[in-house]
Design a protein around this ligand. Structure first.
Ligand SMILES: [Zn+2]
Ligand SMILES: [Zn+2]
Length: 172
């Protein structure tokens, strides 16, 4: 869904969110300036702000020096754009910060301070990808190596990859 023009209500505290223009990207970011300080990103907007090299001056300027009300980060939120229940997902493979995602319109809601934490996790998109690959390797890599050794020794009936896949799917 494209950038919304209508004022939306914060999915965490219910207050009307304020549109902060980001001229460089030609979009508006919805920030809960009069409530909890949460930020709503429309589909694909978040990708433009999640890395350290990307500019969030407008967002920082808007929230600077403000005190925001505390909200329950674990509460289930409803998407302010399309009305679907939002789903909590980890922002990265580091599994540290959960954000609310809408599978209906692709919107994302971040509680106050989460954007800064997410940006601090990785310097670049490459670092982010590398961390994801490392995690995948931690999960299945060792198993794959063991299967490879078996295969090389001629003891395995099937290829290691087939074995791994069968194992993951619960097939003997
Ligand atoms: Zn709010
Ligand atoms: Zn939505």
């Amino acid at each position: 869904m494209a950038d919304t023009k209508e004022i939306i209500n914060c999915p965490a505290c219910g207050k009307p969110m304020v549109k902060i223009p980001v001229p460089a990207e030609n979009i508006n970011i919805d920030i809960c300036l009069d409530g909890c300080g949460g930020i709503f990103f429309d589909n694909r907007e978040f990708k433009k702000f999640d890395e350290q090299a990307e500019n969030i001056d407008e967002i920082i300027k808007a929230i600077q020096g403000k005190t925001f009300q505390t909200v329950d980060g674990s509460a289930t939120r409803t998407c302010p754009v399309c009305g679907m229940k939002m789903v909590k997902n980890f922002a990265s493979s580091l599994h540290q910060i959960q954000v609310d995602e809408c599978y209906g319109c692709g919107g994302k809601f971040l509680d106050n301070g989460e954007l800064q934490k997410i940006r601090a996790q990785f310097e670049t998109e490459e670092d982010r990808a590398e961390a994801a690959v490392k995690e995948l390797y931690n999960a299945v890599g060792g198993k794959l190596e063991a299967l490879d050794a078996e295969w090389a020794a001629g003891r395995a009936r099937r290829s290691p990859l087939r074995n791994l896949f069968n194992g993951m799917m619960g097939i003997e």
